[in-house]
Ligand binder design. Structure first.
Ligand code: TYD
Length: 248
């Protein structure tokens, strides 16, 4: 069990009306998933967006998959020690995600926090899909237990540019990152259709990307506030707070 503390959003969470909309599992909070092939810059963006939203006094939990838990560790080790079979790999990613959803993601959403997840089940669709599994089937299996994000950001990038970025940060490509699989993974990411999907050209500068993601989040969150049952004044204050202003 993870404990979170953030006065601002805990207060808002008490009024669950504004958090309960559009959620498949009817959880409060707001889930942002950041996805893309290795080297697309999503981890930098996860951090940048977290900082920007925290500056606006939101409580933001940033987390990632694979996790540091036993299944995540096994998967990471497999990048050095030898790849698991496709079936074993999928099972391990799903077990890792189940644990992550139960112990981190759902509890934080229930508290009304914003959760930014750096890779989620769309990565399983893209990477294990690239290895031969049916991406749609993988999506169905995951959506049985994993809450759908409120905002899914896919950072799209040419794999040559992605590869250069991986090299610049001094990393060697592991078995998840072979060129052929990255091309297929990118194609699967680009075939995803969801109403909450926001696709960005990741060749743009990091600050530009951050501002675009924060703007998209703000627009979606403002919509949620607008549709809530709060008084006009309460809605006005929530929207002012959302954009960093003081209540009136
Ligand atoms: P990555 O985000 O690169 O983690 P780290 O920075 O700790 O190395 O993830 C490791 C690899 O795992 C990445 O190449 C993509 C792969 N992956 C999958 O193949 N399926 C999945 O479901 C997830 C979450 C990741």
């Amino acid at each position: 069990m993870v404990s979170f503390s953030c006065a601002y959003l805990t207060v808002l969470a008490e009024n669950e009306k504004i958090f309960q909309m559009n959620r498949t599992l009817h959880l409060p909070g707001f889930l942002i998933a950041m996805e893309g092939i290795d080297g697309c810059g999503k981890s930098t963006q996860a951090q940048f967006v977290q900082e920007r939203l925290q500056a606006r006094k939101f409580c933001v939990i940033r987390t990632k998959e694979p996790t540091a838990g036993q299944w995540g560790q096994m998967l990471r080790d497999s990048a050095l020690t030898g790849r698991l079979s496709l079936e074993e790999e999928v099972e391990a990613f799903i077990k890792d995600r189940k644990e992550h959803v139960e112990t981190v993601i759902n509890p934080a959403l229930r508290e009304g926090h914003i959760v930014i997840v750096d890779r989620y089940y769309f990565s399983t669709m893209a990477y294990q899909g690239a290895r031969g599994m049916d991406p749609e089937e993988l999506m169905r299996r995951n959506e049985l237990f994993a809450p759908e994000p409120d905002l899914l950001v896919v950072f799209d990038i040419d794999r040559k540019l992605a590869k250069e970025r991986i090299k610049t940060r001094g990393d060697k490509a592991n078995h998840f990152e072979r060129i052929g699989s990255l091309i297929k993974a990118r194609a699967i990411f680009n075939s995803i259709k969801k109403p909450y999907l926001y696709r960005l050209d990741a060749a743009q500068g990091p600050e530009i990307l951050r501002d675009l993601v924060v703007r998209q989040f703000s627009a979606m969150y403002a919509e949620r506030i607008a549709q809530s049952n709060n008084t006009p004044r309460a809605k006005l204050n929530m929207i002012l707070n959302l954009f960093g202003g003081d209540s009136v």
